[in-house]
Design a protein around this ligand. Structure first.
Ligand code: PLP
Length: 393
């Protein structure tokens, strides 16, 4: 069914779910079957060789998983989409598909911790030339891309200081160099940002975060040009990082409310950022929706909402973080982000635990930084919670 002209909220509900399900079920059946039985050997052969549509074995394709893939494909306005067991599965499979020995990749220093590890620790083993630029230094990115590269990998907004990269500008430089552009869109989601429309070739999501939205399933998604997605699919089929039906169901179910959740989280995060910015005990607030944020102008251009994540530092050291965080009542002090419940934690314990204090300083991550992923609670309650906790310092 052609649903490309529908709006985001409608796509999130109906994407992949417009054809009748077995028993005329009105919601996606969880098909836990590993294998699919055939009575007709010719039909089996045709499906197995890709001549006709159907399912053979769930490492390759599965009806529940297909619903999720179709949902994200429609939301990102992509030609094709495939899924993975985790966000890191999506990232590693994509990078290892295209970055064979002798290739060169240009990326940024502030990618997600796991991604950064692939760049620094694993790709060099396979003789891939990795160059990581200062995240907001667009001139350096353009210069390194112009030197020649095969793949440009971006993430924006970044973790945990919400740095912003101009996707259209860097994608343009990459096109001239003949490089594939991959963007991790986890923080923004397709409700706030459409990298493919800005010139990216592939978009990646950790579906574990906002897409699922309830912290109860892990998954990864990749969408974009059919020819490129197909190559990664062939690698994943054999590499085996496939998503199972149960988490696919949970993620697809979570995604039905994606637009509602993101709209609320955008609005609440902006209010909380404004509040913290004016608070005397808060040193810096990092949120792209603040005019004082140095990526604000680019974010306002390329995003339709500034997202549900912000971070802030206290006027003091880590001791203050240790005092403040346990006082918050309406948060889980935990890793991860993008859930219906508010999550908070210090990057020195969560996303950037493996770095030294000096490495964090170089990335502009103060020891007193707190990442705050706004949930869908009523913002008045979250503000009151922050107020009482800050008052106790
Ligand atoms: C969490 C995250 C990942 C990794 O996803 P997993 O599902 O945990 O493997 C990748 N990129 C970003 C931006 C993330 O926040």
């Amino acid at each position: 069914m052609q649903q490309e002209n529908l709006k985001n909220g409608t796509k999130a509900v109906w994407g992949g779910e417009s054809d009748p399900f077995v028993h005329d079920a009105a919601t996606t059946p969880i098909v836990n079957s590993v294998t699919f039985a055939y009575k007709d050997l010719d039909e089996w052969y045709d499906v197995a060789t890709g001549k006709s549509k159907g399912y053979i074995y769930s490492r390759n394709t599965n009806p529940t998983v297909t619903v999720l893939e179709e949902k994200i494909r429609m939301l990102e306005d992509a030609e094709a989409a495939i899924s993975f067991s985790t966000g890191m599965g999506a990232i590693s499979n994509t990078l290892f598909t295209f970055l064979t020995p002798g290739k060169r990749v240009v990326s940024i220093k502030d990618t997600y911790g796991g991604t950064s590890k692939i760049f620094l620790d694993f790709l060099p083993i396979y003789n891939v030339d990795v160059h990581l630029c200062d995240t907001t230094d667009h001139d350096e990115l353009e210069m390194q891309i112009a030197k020649g590269c095969d793949l440009v990998y971006l993430e924006t907004p970044t973790n945990p200081t919400l740095k912003i990269v101009d996707i259209a500008r860097i994608a343009n430089a990459a096109k001239k160099a003949g490089a594939i552009v991959v963007v991790d869109n986890t923080f923004a989601t397709p409700i706030n940002q459409h990298p493919l429309q800005l010139g990216a070739d592939l978009v990646i999501h950790s579906a574990t975060k906002f897409l699922c939205g309830h912290s109860d399933a892990l998954g990864g998604l990749l969408c974009g040009k059919k020819e490129l997605v197909q190559k990664v699919f062939q690698f994943r089929e054999i590499n085996g990082a496939s998503l199972q039906a149960e988490p696919a169901y949970l993620i697809a179910r979570g995604m039905k409310t994606l637009e509602l959740r993101i709209e609320r989280q955008n609005a609440s995060a902006q209010k909380i950022a404004n509040y913290l910015k004016a608070h005397p005990k808060v040193k810096d607030v990092f949120y792209p929706g603040l005019e004082s944020h140095n990526g604000h102008a680019i974010a306002a251009r390329q995003m339709s909402g500034f997202g549900g994540i912000l971070s802030f530092s206290l006027d003091g050291g880590y001791e203050l973080v240790k005092q403040l965080l346990p006082k918050l009542k309406l948060v889980h002090l935990a890793a991860s982000l993008g859930s219906v419940s508010t999550l908070a934690g210090p990057p020195r314990t969560t996303s950037h635990v493996e770095l030294t204090e000096e490495q964090r300083r170089l990335l502009g991550i103060p020891e007193s930084l707190i990442r705050y992923s706004v949930g869908i609670e009523n913002v008045e309650d979250l503000l009151a919670d922050l107020e009482q906790a800050l008052a106790s310092l």
